[in-house]
Structures are given as structure tokens and as C-alpha cells.
Design a protein around this ligand. Structure first.
Ligand code: NAD
Length: 421
């Protein structure tokens, strides 16, 4: 098929590159000319394992442009993958989505053939039908359902393993407005081995929010159990193994530690809570999930203060700034509240991350960034905040290590304590 992708962030570019690999002709659109140039030179603007290889191998059928006209006139299906970032009030900012929709609609005004618009960005239930649909009709002068198809196809990829997740998903959700949109997407995804769930537009939107809220809850739940286990002298990871073998529960997302971050869980959980307030429905479980997650990283500092009641003037090493390993994404990384709290207490910070230091520098330009993980080890104490594989080869002997991520190799440190163990 001939596909256009609007927005070339983690979701858009991975979607585009994977569809190109599957033999489709893909044109990516972004408002950022620098990203567009990089993609056309087969350089990924983000760090995601395997993306560089896909961009160079499939460059014949993957191009990028800033021009909607170029992209839409030669393609039949457009995926909307622009960001829907958090706003201060907890809801999401859909201004990028609205702007991109307007641009798509204006471009489709002069197109004769049927065109399918697929929302892939994470949006609150009702958005595709109540906001995207009217904008498409208003600015194109066409009718959605006859001249233009509309669908909602949420994305569940995990940064770090995004390509694998896209190509081998657990399921594909197709929310559709009209029959032709449903059959077009069915055809596009026909060679995927997983289940395909076909739903209403708003059920597709809700599946994404419910899934993320549930996964965040699973982590906060095991962190609460982990805090209990630590007090009782029980190994929370043994408990997780025992629980996880129950097929109704499953082992993933039962690693207790300093909690969840990233571009999705925090903003999706916030958006759900804020939206539920607007429609006057309580979200007691989800609010607790959020609260536990806010408290958890600060427990690491409390443990540190057992050894250094006064942090002023102490040098604290931070191993890991990305919100999880194998990504350069620092959005809502648990390292952020930890660094803030350390700075508030007057500590000096030496930090290292294999991929995320440039991004972290935009938030904390004045802390010291080390050239290697080994350089961090000269600090008075070391906090492990992201479980990068390269940290497993460090020699922690003689060091004080407070671990937020259960890095077993650090247990030979002079003093070692974990947040929940
Ligand atoms: P991102 O911020 O990394 O990328 C968004 C891109 O859209 C940017 O490159 C930006 O320049 C571009 N853009 C903004 N306005 C545009 C416009 N009018 N026209 C063309 N391009 C425009 O975002 P992301 O992390 O890829 O997330 C995209 C969406 O997917 C969000 O709704 C997010 O919640 C959802 N999502 C993200 C992930 C993830 O792991 N990152 C996973 C699943 C779903």
C-alpha cells in the first residue's frame, strides 16, 4: 500500500520504517525540517535499536518531507502519529493533532480519490469522532464515511524494543468509523500473526488508556508489596516469581523498584484521572497508582540519608538517566525527581547514561556528566536509577550503592541496599 505518516517521533518513525520493511511505500511528514533531512539521509533522529538499519536498508521506499501535499497526493492511507503531550492541568494537549488534521483535510480538498485517515496518537475516548471527524469534514468539504475513511489504531510499542513490538505485537486494535476503513486496515495488517480486535473508535481509544493504566497499576502494586516485603525481610523478587507464574497474573511488570516513567504511563494516567474528574467518576485505584509512583523514587534518597544524613557537599553518582534502558527518552524518568531532591539538599551530582545525557542536559545543564559509568564510581555514594546492561560489568567493590532497579551485580558493594529489598 502507499502510506503517509504524520509525525516522525518514536511512534511515527518506527511505524513508517516497519511498514517500509514490510514492502509498503511510505512517506513521512514532520514539521521539523532537521528530522526530515536526517531521515532522508538514513540517520534516525531518535535512538531506537535497529532503526538505523531499517532506515538505510529500506530507503528506496521510505522518504520524508515537510510538505503534506507531496505526501498525501501519492498515498492512500495516512497515519496521524503526532505527539499528544501532557498539559499542566493533567489533560493532554491535542493542538498538534488538530493542526495536523486541518492540514490533512485541506490537502484532501483537491484529491479526487478516497483516502483513509488513521489516528495512531494516544487520544482520549471520543476525540477521533468528536474532534478529528468534524475537522476533516470542515476543512476538506468532504464527507467522512464516504469520501474519507476514518479509523483509530492505537500503538502499544515499548521504546527500546519498538521495532520488535511493532512487527510482532500482542494484538492489533482497529477502531473503525466505516466499513471501507475496517477492510483497508484489515488488509494492511493481514500478515501479522496476532489477534486483531475490531472495535468502535472510542473503544479503541479506551483500550490504549486502560492498558497503560493497568500496567502502571501493576508496577505500583508490586512496589507497594515491595515496600512491605522490605520491612518484613522478605525478598520481593522471590514473591514476584511466585506470583508471576500464575497465568492470570504473569511475571512482566512485577519488578519492584523506583517506579514507572516515560512518555506514556505518566501522561496517560494523568489524562485518565483528569478526564474522569470532568465526567464526575472516581478513579481511586488509578490515583493511588500515581501517588505510589510519586513517593517511590524519594525512598531511594531516604535510604541514602541513613548513610549521609546531610547531603550538602556530598558527591552522589547517578547511574542511568533514561526512563528505562535502551532508549534516550528521559520524559518523566525517575532520575528527574531524584536529581531534583539531591540538588535541593545541596548534593553534588555526577551522572552517566549511555544514551540519554544530551536530553538530560536540557533539564539539568549544570550537573556533572561523566564520560563513562566507571567515572561515576568515585562518588561518595552511587544510586542506580536505570538498569542499563553495561552497568552489570561495573566493579562496585568498596562502594556505597543504593539500588532502585535491582542490579544484582552491585550486591558486592561495601554497602548495598535496594529500594524494596
Ligand atoms: P514525539 O513527540 O516523539 O513525536 C511527535 C512528532 O510529531 C515530532 O517529531 C513533531 O515534530 C511532529 N509533529 C508535531 N506537529 C506536527 C504536524 N502538525 N505535522 C507533522 N508533524 C508534526 O511523540 P511520540 O513519542 O512518537 O508519540 C506520538 C503519539 O503516540 C503520542 O500520542 C503518544 O502518546 C503515542 N504513543 C507513544 C509511545 C511511545 O513509546 N513513545 C507508545 C505508544 C503511543
Amino acid at each position: 500500500m502507499r502510506l503517509s505518516i504524520i509525525g516522525t517521533g518514536y511512534v511515527g518513525l518506527v511505524t513508517g520504517a516497519c511498514f517500509a520493511k514490510l514492502g509498503h511505500t511510505v512517506i513521512c511528514v514532520d514539521i521539523d525540517p532537521e528530522k526530515v533531512q536526517k531521515i532522508n539521509n538514513s540517520i534516525p533522529p531518535i535512538y531506537e535499536q535497529g532503526l538505523d538499519n531499517l532506515l538505510s536498508t529500506y530507503k528506496e521506499n521510505l522518504t520524508a518531507t515537510t510538505d503534506y501535499q507531496t505526501a498525501l497526493k501519492t498515498t492512500d492511507v495516512t497515519f496521524l502519529c503526532v505527539g499528544t503531550p501532557a498539559m499542566k492541568n493533567g489533560s493532554i494537549d491535542i493542538s498538534y493533532l488538530k493542526e495536523a488534521t486541518k492540514q490533512i483535510a485541506t490537502t484532501l480538498k483537491n484529491k479526487q480519490s478516497w483516502h483513509l485517515v488513521v489516528v495512531k496518537s494516544t487520544v482520549l475516548p471520543g476525540t477521533t469522532q468528536q474532534i478529528v471527524l468534524p475537522l476533516l469534514e470542515k476543512h476538506s468539504g468532504k464527507k467522512v464515511g464516504t469520501d474519507i475513511g476514518l479509523a483509530m489504531n492505537p500503538e502499544f510499542l515499548k521504546e527500546g524494543v519498538a521495532i520488535q513490538d511493532f512487527l510482532q505485537p500482542d494484538r492489533i486494535v482497529i477502531g473503525f468509523y466505516d466499513e471501507k476503513s475496517r477492510t483497508t486496515l484489515r488488509e494492511l495488517y493481514k500478515n501479522f500473526a496476532c489477534s486483531i480486535v475490531e472495535t468502535s473508535l472510542s473503544a479503541a481509544e479506551m483500550i490504549k488508556y486502560a492498558s497503560n493504566a493497568f500496567l502502571a497499576t501493576k508496577i505500583s502494586f508490586i512496589n507497594e508489596i515491595g515496600n512491605l516485603c522490605k520491612k518484613l525481610g522478605i525478598d520481593t523478587y522471590e514473591v514476584a516469581t511466585g506470583m508471576g507464574l500464575d497465568s492470570r497474573i504473569g511475571r512482566p511488570f512485577l519488578d519492584s523498584g523506583i517506579g514507572w516513567g516515560g512518555s506514556c504511563f505518566p501522561k496517560d494516567v494523568d489524562a485518565l484521572i483528569t478526564w474522569a474528574k470532568e465526567i464526575k467518576e472516581p478513579t481511586r485505584i488509578i490515583e493511588s497508582t500515581k501517588q505510589i509512583n510519586a513517593d517511590q523514587p524519594l525512598r531511594l534518597i531516604k535510604i541514602l540519608q541513613k548513610h549521609f544524613p546531610k547531603l550538602k557537599g556530598k558527591t552522589i553518582g547517578i547511574l542511568g538517566l533514561a526512563f528505562k534502558p535502551d532508549t534516550d527518552d528521559i520524559r518523566d524518568s525517575r532520575a528527574i525527581p531524584i536529581v531534583k531532591e539531591l540538588l535541593r539538599n545541596g548534593a553534588q551530582i555526577k551522572a552517566y547514561d549511555p544514551q540519554a545525557m544530551d536530553n538530560f542536559k536540557t533539564l539539568f545543564p549544570t550537573i556533572e556528566y561523566c564520560e563513562s559509568a566507571t567515572d561515576v564510581l568515585s562518588s561518595d555514594a552511587i544510586l542506580i536509577t536505570t538498569k542499563w546492561k553495561e552497568f552489570t560489568t561495573l566493579n562496585f567493590q568498596g562502594k556505597i550503592v543504593i539500588d532502585g532497579r535491582r542490579l544484582d551485580q552491585a550486591k558486592n558493594a561495601k554497602i548495598y541496599e535496594g529500594v524494596c529489598w
